[in-house]
Write a protein that binds this ligand. Sequence first.
Ligand SMILES: [Zn+2]
Ligand SMILES: [Zn+2]
Length: 170
Amino acid sequence: MIFELVDIEGAPRGFDFELEPQALDLEDSDVSLKSSVRATGEVVKTAAEIVVKGSITGDVEIECSRCLKPVDQKLDIEFQANFVTPEHFAVDKENEVSASDLDTDVLEGDRIDLKDVVREQILLNISEQVFCKPECKGLCPKCGADRNLIDCKCDLNETDPRWAALKNLR
Ligand SMILES: [Zn+2]
Ligand SMILES: [Zn+2]
């Protein structure tokens, strides 16, 4: 769903759409969508910028940061994304206001692809550390076994031989 700037001239314009999991490319993340994602909200154009605000809901799976097991999570994101035209961005730059400070994106061309907005918001709002359970033991750094399931008996306190050599020098 693409909004062209001419479309959003004047009054606020609402949106309400669903995206199938395969429609959103989250390839470089540990997140995968379990259901379609619903996005509702509105696009508002002011003199200097275009503001997209709304909410995103859906079900996702995120890899446990320790054992990589998929963990179910609910998406419930309230967001606001601001866009400026390159001309306005240039003016901001002269005033030494950077786009990152303002949490503002520069518009490429004359349209906003709401799918990109949704994708970006999901990636921004996913927590970096997700655990399948608080006491997850994670994977053994030596043999890769899931230590929640098996006790691989690896000795993780074994001293690195390089450090042992240093110790002997003292
Ligand atoms: Zn885990
Ligand atoms: Zn092990």
